[in-house]
Ligand binder design. Sequence first.
Ligand code: NAD
Ligand code: TDX
Length: 333
Amino acid sequence: MRLLVTGGAGFIGANFVQQTVTERPEVTVTVLDALTYAGNRSSLDPVADRIDFVHGDIADLDLVDELVSGVDAVVHFAAESHNDNSLTEPWPFVQTNIVGTYSLLQAVRRHEVRYHHVSTDEVYGDLAAGDPAFTERTPYNPSSPYSATKASGDMLVRAWVRSFGIRATLSNCSNNYGPYQHVEKFIPRQITNLIDGVRPRLYGGGQQIRDWIHVDDHNRAVWDVLERGRIGQTYLIGADGELGNRTVVELLLAEFGRAPDDFDFVTDRAGHDQRYAIDASTLRDELGWRPRYADFRTGLAATVAWYRANESWWRPVKAATERAYAEAGERTI
Ligand code: NAD
Ligand code: TDX
């Protein structure tokens, strides 16, 4: 199988490429990535000699058409992915997450290529305590510019399935953690702060809840859907990993031998979603998927170890990332 992977230099895409090349030597991988601030070519170093890398934009219609004409399937990870950035400057989110998705859809339509679309549980909005978890039937209700543009991309995919008969599947996953995640995101930000002796920073009161899944488990599910998913179907991916943000910070503080209250509360995120939770029954029952990282604490400890051992990967962008948070108005409260 010849595969085009968009966003393969990002957190989840790089993990997918590494996993694929290692475990499926029969698959030929081409990565298309614009190497934005979030892309890091060195995340592909372990497999660099076994893939083709194309530096380009998914919204470049001609480039995408040419690349898609030469493959059997596309797995689309590329996105602007950070909620906080979407509040500061929404335009790149519209361009990449909507226009970029359109460009891929037109190419897979023209060349009749199988397409898998990677999306997020945030398209469903948020839940209150006690609400049932999201299912494939939950109505879309996105809150942030990021999640609204992801929801828009998903809607385009559904329309291209129905109107043009493209062979597409979608997956909407909960919060990922693991190696190679950009230090702007919650868990790597706090790990790298702690390595630097800086107190973790919790938005608002730290009461928000996220449903954590290890990135390896997400990508195994993506493969299951790509190989055995029903065309036109959406699969929710989650590993029953609901935890409050404050609890995550306390677990990290324990990993570093620090007191459980050794953190700061900082300015809350505008429109901050309260809780996400995934019901992954369809994926489990239909495709037999099970997470391998059933214990979040074990996965978190391995992630801390990775950031300790790979300072050269994250150090070059740490200071600028913290400066951007300060410039966006983040203050201790
Ligand atoms: P990321 O920000 O780490 O990586 C995104 C990658 O896309 C980068 O390599 C970047 O250079 C590339 N990219 C951005 N714009 C591009 C463009 N116009 N053309 C080509 N490449 C471009 O993101 P991530 O966390 O790895 O997320 C990957 C996908 O998974 C996204 O679609 C995201 O919405 C989805 N997702 C993420 C999570 C999560 O917890 N991180 C959860 C569910 C779904
Ligand atoms: O410093 C922080 N302090 C803090 O309390 C940061 C960066 C975040 N937070 C909070 C905000 C969220 O409640 O932690 C939680 C997680 O924040 P993020 O890592 O920014 O993730 P989230 O906004 O939940 O979105 C993530 O999961 C869904 C990914 O970034 C998205 O790409 C994915 O779609």
